[in-house]
Design a protein around this ligand. Sequence first.
Ligand code: GRG
Length: 310
Amino acid sequence: GKETVKTMPEFDFKGYMLSKAAAVNRALDLAVPLDEPRRIHEAMRYSLLAGGKRVRPILCIAACELAGGPEALAIPPALAVEMIHTMSLIHDDLPCMDDDDLRRGQPTCHRAFGEPLAVLAGDALLSLAFRILSDPKSYPSDLSPPPSRILRSISELARYVGSEGLVAGQVVDIESTGLSESVPIDRLEYIHLHKTAVLLEASVVLGAIIGGGSDPQVERLRRYARCIGLLFQVVDDILDVTKSSQELGKTAGKDLVSDKTTYPKLIGLEKSREFAEELNHEAKQQLEEFDREKAAPLVHLANYIAYRQK
Ligand code: GRG
């Protein structure tokens, strides 16, 4: 029934997030030593260790544990998805893309290291992600996953990142920017699903596969992740307008409202909030087949994405 997966106050979500993020940060630090040539490894570390929320690796670990695997088994795929996330941000910030000067409050990679190093740091992180995921030595020696699970993870991740996945989202986004007419809602959804949802989906799916989930479990978690991926972006859009209008109230400045297409602009704020509620509900429905206690982290992660304030 509806009330089976509601919030469970006894679960210490904040403690969970902090301890998982700490484990991820330790592993990221070890994964990119300051070898020669020093400058490229500095650039990779600069962006990778700049203090992201680590939502993707935490989703990966939570899905692995829900599928029955230990945290240590999920560390290689968790590192892989965070490296790909970071490389996509480095490339997204480049002058030929969004041309941003700041990321997470710090100078962007190309601002700090120059454009050539930033391009190469992204390339190297993409490559390192697959190296770590595919190398049996990345996994604890006593519980190395069967090669079939590793192979399947590599193939899933490659599909999620390439020209049917992350790259597709970026391309369609670029093609939709600066048009005089507004972007239709199905195209907006396509962009969000590919730019944001695919990597959240990959994180959950890889965790479930490496953790030894059955095919139906993997597919249920894939649907969960698709819902929270879109939810992430719908909430982002809502925060975008609510923040802008707060600013507007203060300054009465017109140009603070961004000209990008958002859900509130296309369907209104109320309908956007309803849509977010539906997505959150649908995400949690996918978890009802699992053990309630073991599913708690993913239930809370959906709420975290739905009710975050920034
Ligand atoms: C994959 C070869 C290859 C190229 C990348 C540039 C590009 C193609 C894609 C851009 C993807 C992009 C920038 C998507 C936006 C993703 C997003 C929702 C970022 C914000 O994520 P948070 O809030 O960030 O998790 P933190 O800073 O916490 O990690």
